[in-house]
Design a protein around this ligand. Structure first.
Ligand code: ADP
Length: 498
């Protein structure tokens, strides 16, 4: 082992498989003491799995990890590594204070008490006044702050942050970054996983770009810029067939027009969005930009007000949520999932299912969507992630709506399913329908969208005609350019000068 490997966290050839999915494919990476190591990569690249392996939440199949020269053990993981998850992993039925102390019970009968350091941390994070509130009753931002306070109050050596500020305001995020710099400046190791490229460019000392479960490249501080990161994230991806790419033709007939469209809880403001028949439009923005809420509001899954023409009801829009658990019925078969959304059409007046029609519908959908399953009566759970997603999309498109809204349609989906999903969305749009997507990945925008609407901090910051770009890298660069300047770098503390 080299001297630097002994000093920091050394990850060597780590492999983690979930069934057929290779989440980490022999990943090697070094985290140096005193640095903030950024981790970037497309959805499904293995970033969260890496964090979970380091935190001891997931056991790798092979590979080695050491911390300051000591081999990783569960004991070391518990005491020396602190983790802040994107979705706070806390106890919603306990108070903020109890959550801070959970795991520190001196005995089964004695409850732990807040020490001075705990109080100071609650005070510093603005949580002291909520100490006795039940966590589950508090807004997500306060829950996220509790998760952060819980990690910070532990005198850990390695701090892992997995999209830690998706529910925080700009000021709260800046505070969090100041803390991360302070941790690094005191010689700790900080790993930051985020989709927010401006934040990586502003705060990371180095950024590891993870793709398909291994580290593709590491950008040093001097090479770091939002645009460079955006370009790195799209190179080397498998291109989809050119006939799927932007190619809209024909007369512009508006299918939906939103004006002064404002989210009920403030995620976006005063948006103007016009959709045309036959086109695929991507709303592009990182988590917290308001993009997700915007497309969900079009599908009537989030409340918003303003002018909407035509007003439309939930029945005229089909929606496929990012989380497959919300689009599929986990306890039903592949066939049932394929026809369930149409069950009104395929029932007798007495309410019985017309079995033959249902089966025809399901087998047509399976054929059209190239769903790979041994049999239609197999449980949906038995399918690969990509094939489950095809079923979710097939059941939405089978309703033949005028507008289909999809949130990150190929999140965590393998490359071949990805290309098939794009082809099917294109075929659907060509039938004079409209497709609206929420995308966090620039390569997806290039592969399938005709037009990109870029959202940042709840506002539209630009629109791009995707047909005018010949490669994904330049589109990614342009999108990055539109969102630049959104994050102000914080002043570094003493000792953190670069
Ligand atoms: P990222 O955080 O970069 O989006 P993840 O680490 O969450 O990526 O996922 C990497 C791959 O492993 C994806 O293909 C994902 O679908 C798969 N995966 C992650 N967790 C599980 C799990 N618990 N069961 C099955 N597959 C999983």
């Amino acid at each position: 082992m080299t001297a630097t490997a002994a000093a920091g966290v050394s990850i060597q050839h780590v492999v983690k498989r979930y069934g057929d999915t290779v989440a980490l494919a022999g990943l090697s990476l070094q985290v140096e003491p005193g640095e903030i190591l950024g981790v970037a990569g497309p959805n499904g690249a293995g970033k969260s799995t890496l964090i979970k392996v380091l935190a001891g939440e997931v056991r790798p199949d092979s590979g080695t990890i050491s911390v300051r020269g000591e081999p990783w053990t569960a004991e070391l993981g518990t005491h020396r590594i602190a983790v802040v998850h994107q979705d706070p992993q806390l106890f919603p039925n306990l108070t903020v204070a109890e959550n801070l102390l959970a795991g520190r019970e001196p005995s089964r009968t004695r409850r732990p008490h807040l020490q001075q350091a705990d109080r100071d941390m609650l005070e510093e994070t603005g949580l002291l006044r909520y100490a006795d509130h039940v966590l589950g009753d508090l807004p997500l931002a306060l829950q996220q702050r509790t998760e952060i306070a819980r990690a910070l109050v532990r005198n850990a050596d390695v701090f892992l942050f997995d999209e830690p500020n998706s529910a925080l305001t700009e000021d709260e995020s800046e505070e969090l970054f100041t803390r991360m710099h302070a941790l690094a400046d005191s010689g700790r190791m900080v790993v930051l996983v985020t989709h927010r490229l401006p934040e990586l460019a502003a705060h990371a000392d180095r950024v590891a770009v993870i793709v398909d479960g291994s580290c593709r490249t590491i950008l040093a501080r001097a090479e770091l810029s939002e645009e460079r990161l955006a370009r790195e994230l799209v190179v080397g991806r498998v291109a989809v067939a050119t006939d799927v790419r932007a190619q809209r033709q024909g007369a512009d007939v508006t299918s939906l027009l939103l004006e002064n469209w404002t989210h009920a809880s403030g995620a976006f403001h005063d948006i103007r969005l016009s959709l045309t028949r036959g086109e695929i439009v991507a709303v592009v923005g990182v988590e917290g930009s308001g993009g997700r809420e915007l497309v969900r509001s079009v599908a009537h899954f989030e409340k918003a007000s303003g002018s909407r023409e035509p007003a439309g009801t939930a029945d005229e829009v089909a929606f496929v949520a990012a989380d497959r658990a919300n689009s599929l019925f986990d306890n039903l078969s592949v066939a049932e999932n394929l026809y369930i959304r149409q069950s009104a059409r395929i029932r007798t007046r007495g309410g019985l299912l017309k079995r033959r029609e249902a089966e025809t519908l399901a087998s047509e959908a399976r054929r059209d969507f190239l769903v790979k399953t041994a049999a239609l009566d197999m449980p949906i759970r038995s399918l690969s992630g990509g094939n489950q997603q095809k079923v979710a999309i097939a059941s939405a498109l089978a309703l033949d709506p005028d507008l289909v809204v999809l949130e990150e349609p190929t999140r965590g989906v393998d490359v071949s399913s990805k290309a098939e999903i794009y082809r099917l969305l294109r075929a659907f749009a060509k039938r004079d329908r409209t497709v609206l997507l929420y995308c966090t990945e620039d390569s997806e925008v290039f592969d399938v969208a005709d037009r990109a609407v870029v959202i940042s901090r709840g506002r539209t910051v630009g629109e791009l005609d995707c047909t005018s770009f010949t490669d994904a890298e330049s589109l990614a660069g342009e999108i990055a350019g539109l969102t630049t300047g959104v994050v102000r770098p914080v002043a570094r503390t003493a000792g953190g000068a670069r």
